[in-house]
Design a protein around this ligand. Structure first.
Ligand SMILES: NC(=O)c1ccc[n+]([C@@H]2O[C@H](COP(=O)([O-])OP(=O)(O)OC[C@H]3O[C@@H](n4cnc5c(N)ncnc54)[C@H](O)[C@@H]3O)[C@@H](O)[C@H]2O)c1
Length: 383
């Protein structure tokens, strides 16, 4: 059995996403399982190097996770031929600078979303990689969540008949940090536009690939944003002005006539099955798709409610749904995408989740903001 090592630069890895999803749950999980066995005689083995600005933080993380290589010198890591892949999970506004450096060093480029805050910039980065003939990709993790995979399965089996509409509800309460016992659980830059924050740019790039892959091509958007909570406290407890939108109420019209409406909010308390639920109604049946579960109600089991607020409902509306059982074990969604990307790099296998696809997500967010500012429907041109 031959083991092919793939050096991977993990940049901005001491952050929330870099550490938990990408280093620990993806790259180190792949190492722990013995690499990616791609044939009877070949295993791909990630060989990570942690990069960032703060040497102490990098050393702590390296020691905690048993990673041998770390550096504050990104130029040097990029110049090292061992490293074939550059991955960026630093903050959004720094992405362009780091991608440019990686392209110059001829590395395969993989990035967190959003790749930029304007479509022009996201497309420029995609084109830089394409023109240099470099493999590239963007994180589209939600596609491999068990709930969404179950949805794809029953849709392919014809469960829905014609899909009519989708109601997406995403969000939870993010504490303002005003009370020391309830510190904010998301980074403060998320609430500052000047630092690349805002729920529209954050979430509409997810909704773009989710809708494109599950429901159909997005034709137009109508979006209302809001900054419901104007001041919050940062990581050091200091009050700051929330300059970015913290909630978005967006409707998407698809080419195939399906209407999708997604509410996204960091100011909402959860009384639903999961942090993200999508109710999909079709002519033959409906489903409520969560992160892990998918509940279904076929036409034959659809109750006939009668409006009568003078009595308690005789129908248990939550009871009339059945859960799609697990089809097997479901691996971490980020890890599955990493394995696909590494196979793409080493074996040239297809990988459709490119920076150009990522630019479509940025485009939907940009058009959503335009719709909000101009208070009108905005068409989404093909990219
Ligand atoms: N796929 C998803 O579901 C998902 C979820 C949350 C965030 N994200 C994206 O991931 C990225 C990181 O978000 P986060 O929540 O982890 O934020 P974070 O603030 O926790 O992490 C950002 C990291 O970048 C580092 N950094 C800042 N400047 C740097 C520099 N000059 N050089 C190297 N590193 C630098 C910071 O020290 C920090 O470790 C963002 O682009 C965000 O949009 C994706």
């Amino acid at each position: 059995m031959k083991t092919q090592k793939i050096g991977i630069i993990l940049n901005g890895v001491t952050g929330r996403m870099g550490t938990n999803q990408h280093l620990i749950r993806s790259i180190l999980a792949i190492v722990k399982q013995g690499g990616i066995k791609v044939s009877d005689d070949l295993v791909l083995m990630p060989d990570p190097i942690l990069t960032g600005r703060n040497e102490n933080k990098l050393r702590d993380l390296a020691e905690r996770t048993g990673v041998e290589r770390f550096s504050t010198n990104l130029e040097k890591a990029l110049a090292d031929d061992r490293n074939q892949v550059f991955f960026d999970a630093s903050s959004t506004l720094l992405r362009a600078k780091f991608v440019e450096m990686a392209v110059k060093a001829k590395k395969a480029v993989y990035c967190e979303k959003p790749t930029a805050v304007t479509t022009a910039e996201a497309l420029r980065l995609a084109k830089l990689c394409e023109d240099a003939g470099l493999k590239n990709g963007v994180v589209q993790d939600k596609l491999w969540l068990p709930g969404l995979r179950k949805f794809q399965m029953i849709k392919a089996q014809g469960f829905f008949g014609d899909i009519l509409s989708v109601r997406g509800e995403f969000g939870y309460w993010v504490f303002t940090g005003d009370h020391p016992d309830q510190p904010a659980q998301r980074p403060s830059w998320n609430y500052r536009k000047e630092d690349g924050g805002g729920i529209i740019i954050d979430m509409l790039c997810h909704w773009r690939y989710v809708i494109d892959n599950l429901f159909g091509n997005v034709k137009a958007v109508s979006c209302l944003g809001a900054t419901h909570i104007p001041t919050r406290r940062d990581e050091s407890g200091k009050p700051y002005q929330a300059t970015a939108d913290d909630s978005a109420y967006a409707t998407f019209e698809l080419d195939n006539g399906v209407v999708c409406h997604f509410n996204s909010s960091w100011n909402v308390r959860v009384r639903r099955d999961d942090l993200l639920t999508m109710q999909v109604d079709g002519t033959k049946g409906s489903a409520v798709v969560g992160l892990r579960k998918c509940l279904v109600q076929p036409m034959a089991a659809t109750p006939k409610p009668v409006w009568n607020p003078d009595i308690d409902s005789p129908i248990d509306f939550f009871g009339g749904w059945q859960e799609v059982p697990d089809a097997g074990a479901y691996d971490n969604a980020f890890k599955i995408q990493w394995e696909l990307f590494l196979r793409h790099v080493a074996l040239d296998e297809p990988f459709p989740y490119t920076l150009r696809e990522g630019a479509k997500g940025v485009q939907l967010a940009e058009k959503g903001i335009e719709s909000w500012e101009q208070r009108r429907w905005v068409d989404i041109p093909a990219l």
